[in-house]
Ligand binder design. Structure first.
Ligand code: SAM
Length: 225
């Protein structure tokens, strides 16, 4: 496993590789008891979960306050924390059982992150989380117009929501209205990936999110902006 991880994650040092090995082991063990991921093959986990999650690493610095919205089994937040343990990371998900896994995982890895259970629509209206973060990350959670409503309320003015996506042009076109209403400016960076078309979409926040967003739980996906 270690050699395979070394090839997929050339930027990881020995300590990080040990942690990725533990992550893979726990993911496989817990996945037998609960549905954490459909991807279990070691090469696919290394490439599609670990390496893909690291795409945002160049944009994060130690001490940054970062939230991963809809983190599931910890992607992209935990691989980023393994590579940059100085992040002030919060992992948020609406499913408690995923957070139970993440709690056990973080203990085994010897890493610290805050775990928050709730819908992004509710957390984004809670003053403990609203406009408290430098960056809000999300991967495989929703279409961009929905995602912007779920993630940008967490970000302070001057901060950025970063979405892991496939085809940039299609996504950017679909989210013009949402970006206007939520006071963010969109830009994208194509990724050099062997997983097909991958990009990061940055939503740079230039003014506070209007109070009416996010709307109540379920509305963003039923009636996307
Ligand atoms: N980000 C992970 C990844 O890339 O593997 C998980 C992706 S999984 C397809 C989507 C996750 O988002 C699930 O864990 C789900 O519980 C969570 N989720 C979906 N809608 C949410 C919402 N409105 N608020 C919080 N979490 C949400």
């Amino acid at each position: 496993m270690k050699d395979l991880l070394k090839r997929a994650l050339p930027q990881a040092d020995e300590r990080a590789l040990d942690r990725f090995e533990i992550y893979h082991r726990l993911l496989s063990e817990w996945n037998e008891r609960m549905n954490l991921t459909a991807i279990t093959d070691p090469v696919a986990v290394a490439e599609k979960h670990f390496a893909d999650s690291l795409a945002a690493l160049p944009y994060l610095k130690p001490g940054m306050k970062v939230v991963d919205v809809g983190t599931g089994a910890g992607f992209p937040g935990v691989p980023l924390l393994i590579m940059e343990p100085g992040l002030e990371l919060t992992l948020a998900d609406s499913l408690q059982k995923r957070l139970t896994f993440l709690d056990a995982l973080l203990k085994e890895l010897g890493l610290k992150a805050a775990l928050v259970h709730g819908r992004a629509e509710d957390l984004g209206q809670n003053k403990l989380y609203r406009e408290q973060f430098d960056a809000a990350l999300s991967r495989a959670v929703a279409n961009l117009p929905v995602l912007l409503e779920l993630t940008t309320p967490f970000v302070r003015v001057g901060g950025t929501a970063i979405a892991y996506k496939g085809d940039a042009d299609q996504e950017l076109e679909s989210a013009k209205t949402a970006a206007f209403l939520l006071h963010v400016k969109l830009r994208s960076v194509d990724l050099d990936s062997n997983l097909g078309k991958r990009c990061l979409i940055f939503a740079d926040k230039n003014a506070p999110t209007p109070r009416s967003y996010p709307r109540k739980a379920g509305t963003p996906s039923k009636k996307p902006l």
